[in-house]
Design a protein. Structure first.
Length: 747
């Protein structure tokens, strides 16, 4: 269907992909339109191709898939178009002069004989260049977008492509459509492959094979591996592309030769890295060696006396005197006498107490201490437990986001290192290789660096297995805490988490306990029982549960009836049902209501926020940040979310980064604790039925854990001690450093 008219009020525009919602004025009347423009021009005339759809909230609107800008006709229409600022270099005053001078030929002259504009007073060579460039870009995109659409490229992607390549867009795409995967956000390998097929690229094209190799490596990196065995890379890529292993092997060698990939040998196995992960691993190993090998500053006092004084000054859980165990004293002692150390252990083993003792000792020695954690919630817990300021690692490193380079930049680095004498990092199992690279690069030699965390939990969401690799290398001095303290031992959550971690089945709780397994024999009955818990069953039984916010469902999967999206849809209608007259924002398949619990799904370093208390402004929201929908604006299609004290406005493509959080995956829950946790147990995919996933889920509960489902599935998970299956090289590199140290080779 074709519609011609004038672009009226622009309601919303995303400059990155051009997605626009606006009013469109035609001879038949005005109506709402939605689609992508390279640069929407209010007051300009357009021919749109699309169809009318019925939006659940906004009613009928015209969804367009392509457009053509029509030049206005008539003196007043031309003046209105030019005076609206649609062409750079022309404002209302210049527009009136141009129309008075050239009349109805104004636009034809701008397009065909622009040098005549120099006849107009006030227009010089620089202004002329600005005007002609702006006018030509607009006309040029119209033709470009048509050709891109013929190749199956959506308008939003066409806008991104044109913004990247300009007048060369068609030539770039036709020469090598696979370059779009590298340069254009949102263009995946399958998309580029479909474009290449339309252009007649051969299945064995070198461009296709090289792009496929990078795609397979990135897929593995998204699952946590920093490297891939060369033989497996060749096999997986050949299978993906339906081409020969020889073709893939030749392309791998070419990419290595050109420096686009890195080749190495890890424990006699040839491996291939994406460039960034290889050098991050190398730098992490080097910097750990540099920090560890620095001269150790002697403690200027008797360590036992320092520990005794810290114990006596520490008040924890209402106890005025803390008596460290021999194991804890050993951890404190080694942390005071090592440049780099790790303290690891499960729940209830006293990691927090050790941190508090260390902080008091360092402060007494006059040393400046920084406390940090990978996530905002983990940092907040660290601050509450220690009584000392704590922050995210990103904030510690003074991150900024560069729009020009589209990447994160740390203000603290090797040239501008952190100034603190001691850095203590909690929840270290969550740190991926890239974040660890940034952190260690900013730690100066002579700094005391202490990592704490539970190495048996799930590893980081990002690539790497950093904490486990550091421990397994035996290069970093590690204290593994095993003793469970009396108060913690009274909790079945604690005792059962340790049973699970050691390969034993958890014990069923009794009345008054904090851990229960509720047997259910079908997905439907599991779901109905979860709903009952939110409908008041738990609140009636446990006085610490005051609202649904105190209960968190942790599921292993995103798929099926018991996956996070499905559970969220069901629980939203139980906890925060639709009310007549209340705003409800629908974005694709998502529905948001005021009061909904939500979670940020990935890092957005450039997202702006305001502090609710001080109104200070800042940037950056992170994967796993949780919040509540404060308000919804249906006219401008945006909503405000409160996350701790920050207010964040979501609009446009930002809605792809947020989802309901009544239920979240276990992976997304890392670094966070909840008063009550509900875990569905069913026949999930084998790769998710693992001991460390169950262990991680159980340890997220502070006061109550309910496992609802088939007890046999719980036992299967406990029995399955399958490792995460990540391929990383840090452990090997650290072992090489240890060998070099032993034989006197140094770094």
């Amino acid at each position: 269907m074709i519609k011609e008219g004038k672009l009226g009020r622009i309601i919303f525009n995303n400059p990155e992909n051009g997605y626009t919602v606006a009013v469109f004025d035609t001879e038949e009347g005005s109506f709402r339109i939605a689609g992508s423009f390279a640069e929407p021009k209010q007051g300009a005339n357009y021919r749109l191709e699309g169809r009318f759809i019925i939006h659940v909230r906004y009613g009928e609107q015209f969804s367009f898939t392509s457009y053509e800008e029509l030049l206005p006709e008539g003196r007043e229409a031309i003046f209105e178009f030019l005076s609206a600022g649609n062409i750079r270099g022309i404002g209302p005053k210049t527009a009136r002069t141009l129309v008075d001078t050239f009349g109805e030929d104004t636009l034809r002259i701008i397009e065909e004989t622009p040098e005549r504009l120099l006849e107009v007073s006030g227009i010089g060579s620089k202004s002329l260049a600005k005007i002609t460039d702006s006018f030509n870009e607009s006309r040029e995109f119209a033709g470009t977008s048509i050709e891109l659409r013929e190749l199956g490229i959506e308008m939003s992607d066409a806008v991104r492509i044109y913004k990247a390549y300009g007048s060369d867009s068609i030539e770039v795409v036709r020469d090598n459509p696979y370059i779009l995967v590298e340069d254009i956000r949102g263009i995946t390998f399958p998309k580029a492959d479909a474009i290449a097929a339309k252009l007649g690229f051969e299945p064995d094209s070198v461009y296709r094979i090289e792009s496929g190799i990078r795609y397979v490596l990135r897929t593995w990196a998204s699952s946590g591996s920093t490297l891939m065995p060369e033989e497996e890379l060749v096999e997986k890529t050949a299978e993906l592309l339906d081409t020969s292993r020889d073709n893939v092997s030749d392309s791998v060698k070419e990419l290595v030769f050109n420096g686009e990939l890195e080749e190495d040998v890890i424990e006699d196995m040839p491996v291939i890295y994406l460039y960034g992960y290889f050098h991050a691993e190398q730098r992490v190993a080097f910097n750990l060696g540099r920090i560890r090998s620095a001269a150790i500053q002697p403690v200027p006092a008797d360590i036992d006396n320092l520990i005794n004084d810290a114990e006596s000054s520490l008040s924890l859980d209402g106890v005025s005197y803390v008596n460290l165990s021999d194991e804890q004293r050993y951890a404190v002692r080694t942390s005071l006498t090592s440049n780099v150390s790790i303290i690891t252990g499960g729940p209830g083993t006293g990691k927090t107490t050790i941190i508090n003792v260390l902080v008091r000792i360092f402060k007494r020695l006059g040393l400046e201490v920084a406390l940090a954690a990978p996530t905002g919630r983990a940092a907040k817990r660290m601050e509450e437990a220690s009584g000392e300021p704590a922050m995210t690692i990103h904030r510690l490193l003074e991150y900024v986001y560069s729009d020009d380079d589209d990447k994160l930049i740390f203000g603290r680095n090797e040239e501008n290192p952190l100034e603190q004498d001691v850095i203590i990092v909690d929840e270290a199992s969550m740190i991926d290789i890239m974040l660890m690279d940034g952190l260690l690069s900013a730690v100066k030699s002579g700094t005391i660096l202490i990592f704490t965390g539970d190495a048996d939990q799930l590893p980081s969401v990002g690539a790497g297995n950093v904490l486990r690799d550091m421990i397994a290398s035996e290069y970093i001095f590690t204290t593994r805490l095993r003793e469970i303290f009396r108060q913690a031992g009274d909790s079945r959550i604690i005792t059962n988490s340790h049973l699970i971690n050691s390969g034993e089945y958890p014990e069923q709780g009794e009345q008054g306990d904090d851990f229960f397994i509720i047997r259910k024999d079908s997905e439907n009955s599991i779901l109905e029982t979860i709903k009952e818990m939110f409908e008041g069953r738990l609140a009636r039984s446990f006085d610490f549960i005051r609202s649904a916010d105190d209960i968190q469902v942790l599921t292993p999967t995103k798929r099926g009836m018991l996956g996070a999206p499905s559970l969220n849809s069901v629980l939203q209608d139980v906890i925060n049902p639709a009310e007549e007259g209340a705003p409800e924002l629908r974005i694709g398949g998502k529905v948001f209501r005021v009061g909904d619990k939500v979670m940020q799904l990935r890092n957005n370093y450039g997202a702006e926020w305001k502090d609710e208390l001080t109104w200070a402004e800042g940037e950056g929201i992170f994967n796993g940040d949780m919040g509540t929908v404060e308000s919804i604006d249906l006219i401008d299609k945006r909503m405000v979310v409160r996350s701790d004290d920050r207010l964040i406005t979501y609009e446009g493509e930002m809605f792809d980064e947020i989802d309901l959080a009544y239920a979240v995956t276990v992976h997304k829950s890392q670094g966070t604790e909840f008063p009550a946790v509900i875990i569905p147990a069913w026949r999930f995919p084998p790769m998710l039925m693992t001991r460390n996933l169950l262990y991680t889920a159980v340890t997220r509960g502070k006061k109550l854990v309910l496992i609802i489902g088939d007890p046999r599935c719980v036992r299967i998970m406990v029995d399955n001690n399958r490792a995460d299956g990540r391929y990383t090289g840090l452990r090997y590199r650290l072992r090489q450093l240890e060998m070099n140290t032993l034989f006197g080779f140094g770094l």
